[in-house]
Design a protein around this ligand. Structure first.
Ligand code: NAG
Ligand code: NAG
Ligand code: NAG
Ligand code: NAG
Ligand code: NAG
Ligand code: NAG
Ligand code: NAG
Length: 816
């Protein structure tokens, strides 16, 4: 009497057969009498039936795990429209539409499937082993319950978005344990175009908790599923043209069931049911802790459960409201110094972070971290960047525009976040980190703003439009392996123009021999005097350096870097054209007894400061971080006013952010200037350039070469000699005697002191170029230097080994 029968059009009799023949196929029947009665069999692990939740008397059609305690309903068909008695049935019509029909014969719920089945193809419904209820014809699935999640997510389901239909698959809570109708909370997946995936728990439209973003392995910080190889399930992200979603699957063979349910009170509860056990055990619940309250610390505030107070402003930011309510940080933090989008702006790296909300971020999967920094720096409204995908091998770039919200600091598994800060802010933070040894630079702040101005006056590119080769030279560019975009902004010169300017590369116009070939002086038709480096045809190594030089220097503009005016590639000819430096290189004057007399102290100090600014620009302020690797007197050119310009970027390397150290098997550089960790271990970093700079400073003050230095009383090199004098409080004796008339003693002492700090044995002890510039121009107390590297030539066997190597190039171990 009470029984209702599921109508399977045309095949009611077939059903009976099927039930006997196979446990797998086709939906089965039936009733609505006893709570939990099954209307469908066929699935190993799941059942479809009528049930009443909790203490409710209402009846629903749902799917639940078979034989578990408590019964775990994963899906409800008529959640918004209950049956109020035990009269009702489930029906599948011959269009493939399934419906729940009440006692009056009215459909109170139906699937939105519709397919015009011919008599030959019969719609069938089936509950699959994974808990998915599908309606299909012979060939394809036309509707499935997994596309319409309720409050529970299980293995095999997808949470995300179908990009073709636009359907969003999200979880919605029940109103209460007794009422499956849609409640206040939802769990959704933010994954729009160019956004980076993360999960929200929302109350209506307000975000309560943010989980993620996905770091390529899992949702960062808290789950540790995949990172623990023994864990039973893994989370996967899929993003393609058709859909974007995440799902989880079993990690090992054990049949562990997992379900994630958003509860009526807004928690995301992950429960597991292991093999041979039919009780649900809690596994994980979100939110985990206080800091998971979305945006708790406001914009630019960072939350940490390990600190008290819980909220802190990110470095470089201060409280917006000077008297915050300790329980209400929603107004958050604001920049200590405003951004002006000047060239000195940069990024501070924060480690082990929960990355900010990606709602206002843009993701580009093809950019490296280095390109990411450039992309962020180039767009004034970009506030931070990160490489969010830890499995992508350093590729992938997330750029934030606008405030950084919902940041927290983890104790493990967090990610690196690079936050844009004003130039002056970076300067000051850098000073603070340098002040571990109590460097007191009282004038730091006023100087720093001046310095920024100075740096900002990078020379504009005022190159005249030279007669150029045809742009069709792309073929040649390809042949040399130089990326076209590296050269695009650079003027191209015709070979015959250059030949004419140098009297056909006459030996009379040859002014030197560079790293990869002869250098000529030439006068262009408009009267401009230039220097040209010509790659010698036989030089294989020269080709690499030529390319490197172009790539490195093409985009650099600084008054203390030699300016590349253009290039010419024609057949096998490769020529770089530079501004001409009337006074050649520093070594030709500094170490020449008579010419050196023209270098009085003000000129020498100007050279030291100019070099320092040029190197600082390379290390910190250009679009790419560059380590020169071959700083020496021969590579410092002097213009007609004795202003120094750094040249020869053939060995330079580009870097990004704080990853500015690398190891190479091929050590190239020049003996006498090369830092010990680089010479011995092949480790180079900005600090190896700082070392070379220190050597240059001591050479400029003393007028002596470090290499080849000799003294009647001891066998130390120049560095050792300077150290000896410093220890004996006779520092000033290092100064070249010719400077007595022109010197400013405190400036000389300061320069030597800074030089000694730069040549300290341990790279970590050496100051950054930023500190060097500040120390040179300020009058603050300087830290004590430690003993320099290569103190004595005799006792250090590594130095002995090196000193037998060719003076110009030290090459170890060959192949890179
Ligand atoms: C059950 O619902 C039907 C309509 O669906 C209504 O007519 C009937 O009065 C309800 N019965 C009870 C006991 O609420
Ligand atoms: C399908 O079957 C119905 C009756 O069962 C019949 O009236 C109809 O003509 C058939 N249609 C086709 C295309 O065979
Ligand atoms: C997992 O299952 C596969 C195939 O069923 C089997 O070859 C493999 O040994 C199993 N692995 C473990 C760890 O049980
Ligand atoms: C925090 O302060 C803001 C205004 O500053 C207010 O709108 C908000 O309701 C407060 N939140 C709490 C939890 O007190
Ligand atoms: C990613 O960046 C590259 C290089 O700038 C650009 O060509 C590409 O269109 C970008 N992709 C997206 C999706 O923005
Ligand atoms: C900066 O990026 C934003 C967001 O991608 C874009 O709308 C804006 O046009 C960009 N600005 C510049 C100057 O490129
Ligand atoms: C992360 O990187 C891996 C490897 O390139 C890629 O397969 C995956 O789709 C990426 N994930 C996201 C979310 O971008």
């Amino acid at each position: 009497m009470n029984q209702t029968i599921l109508l399977l059009p045309h095949i009611v009799s077939v059903f009976l057969m099927l039930k006997i023949c196979t446990s797998l196929d086709t939906i089965a029947v039936y009733q609505n009498i006893i709570d939990g009665d099954t209307i469908v069999s066929g699935s190993e692990n799941f059942e479809l039936g009528f049930f009443s939740p909790g203490s409710s008397k209402n009846r629903y059609v749902g799917i639940w795990f078979k034989n578990t305690s408590p019964r775990a309903v994963i899906w409800v068909a008529n959640r918004e429209a209950p049956l109020n008695n035990t009269m009702g049935m489930v029906k599948l019509d011959n269009h493939g539409i399934m419906s729940v029909v009440n006692e009056a014969g009215r459909a109170i719920w139906s699937s939105n499937s519709f397919a015009s089945f011919t008599n030959a193809t019969i719609p069938r419904a089936q509950l699959l082993d994974d808990g998915n209820l599908v309606i299909k014809d012979e060939n394809s699935v036309i509707w499935q319950s997994f596309d319409y999640p309720g409050d529970t997510f299980i293995s095999g389901m997808k949470l995300g978005k179908d990009l073709i239909t636009g359907r969003v698959m999200k979880l919605t809570s029940w109103r209460s344990a007794d009422d499956p109708s849609t409640g206040e909370y939802s769990v959704s997946f933010l994954m729009e175009d160019c956004r980076y995936p993360q999960v929200y728990i929302k109350k209506s439209s307000v975000i309560v908790t943010r989980i993620g973003p996905y770091d390529g392995i899992e949702f960062a910080g808290q789950l540790n599923y995949k990172r623990n190889p023994n864990h039973m399930y893994i989370i996967d992200m899929v993003a393609n043209q058709k859909e974007m979603y995440f799902q989880y699957t079993s990690n090992i063979n054990t049949t562990v069931s997992l379900k994630s349910t958003v509860t009526p009170s807004g928690k995301l509860e992950i429960m597991q049911l292991s093999n041979g056990n039919n009780e649900w055990m809690p596994d994980h619940t979100f939110p985990v802790d206080y800091c998971d309250n979305y945006g708790l610390c406001g914009p630019y505030g960072s939350c940490s459960t390990a600190t008290s107070p819980t909220c802190e402003c990110l470095k470089g930011f201060e409280l917006k409201d000077p008297k915050p309510n300790p329980d209400n940080w929603t107004s958050g933090c604001t920049r200590t110094r405003a951004l002006d989008c000047g060239p000195g702006e940069g990024f501070l790296k924060f480690s082990s972070m929960k990355l900010p909300d990606t709602q206002n971020a843009v993701f580009n999967a093809s950019l490296s971290l280095q390109e990411c920094e450039v992309a962020c720096k180039d767009n004034c409204s970009c506030t931070a960047y990160a490489n969010p995908n830890m499995t992508a091998g350093g590729v992938g770039c997330l750029l934030w525009f606008g405030d950084l919200i919902d940041v927290r600091m983890y104790s493990q598994n967090g990610q690196d976040l690079h936050v844009r800060l004003a130039a002056a802010e970076l300067l000051e933070l850098n000073m603070v980190s340098q002040s571990k040894r109590k460097v007191v630079l009282t004038v730091a702040i006023s100087i720093s703003s001046g310095l920024v101005l100075l740096l900002a006056v990078a020379y504009a590119c005022t190159m005249k439009n030279k007669t150029s080769c045809m742009k069709g030279d792309a073929l040649h560019k390809k042949k040399t392996g130089i990326q076209i975009e590296d050269l695009d902004e650079l003027p191209v010169f015709r070979l015959h123009t250059l030949a004419k300017a140098t009297d056909n590369f006459s030996i009379n116009n040859k002014i030197g021999e560079g790293g990869f070939g002869p250098v000529y002086k030439g006068e262009l038709e408009d009267g401009q005097v230039v220097a040209m480096k010509r790659l010698s045809e036989t030089s294989k190594q020269g080709l690499d350096e030529f390319k490197n030089e172009v790539i490195c220097i093409a985009k650099l503009q600084h008054r203390n870097l030699v300016k590349l005016l253009g290039y010419c590639i024609h057949g096998n000819e490769m020529i770089l054209i530079y501004e001409y430096m009337a006074n050649k290189s520093l070594d030709t004057i500094l170490f020449d007894e008579t010419r050196s007399l023209t270098l009085d102290w003000p000129k020498r100090f100007n050279i030291i400061l100019g070099m320092a600014r040029g190197i600082l620009y390379l290390h910190q302020d250009s679009r790419l971080q560059i380590i020169h690797r071959d700083l020496k007197a021969g590579n410092i050119l002097l213009d007609d006013e004795m202003n120094p310009k750094i040249s020869d970027f053939g060995l330079a390397r580009k870097f990004v952010g704080s990853d500015s150290a690398a190891k190479t098997k091929k050590v190239v550089g020049t003996y006498g200037y090369i830092a010990p960790e680089y010479a011995v271990h092949g480790l180079f970093s900005v600090k190896s350039d700082v070392f070379s700079f220190g050597v240059l400073v001591l050479e400029i003050v003393s007028g002596k070469k470090n290499r080849g230095f000799s003294h009647k009383d001891h066998s130390d090199n120049l560095l050792g000699h300077a150290w000896r004098l410093y220890k004996e409080d006779k520092t000033i004796e290092l100064m070249n005697a010719s400077l007595h008339g022109s010197c400013n003693v405190s400036e000389v002492l300061r320069a030597i002191h800074v030089g000694l700090l730069c040549v300290q044995h341990h790279a970590n002890d050496r100051p950054t170029m930023l500190s060097v510039v500040l120390m040179l121009v300020s009058e603050g107390v300087l830290p004590q230097p430690k003993q320099p590297a290569f103190f004595t030539g005799e006792s250090d066997s590594q130095v002995q080994a090196l000193s037998s190597v060719d003076e110009y190039m030290i090459t170890q171990c060959c192949a890179r």
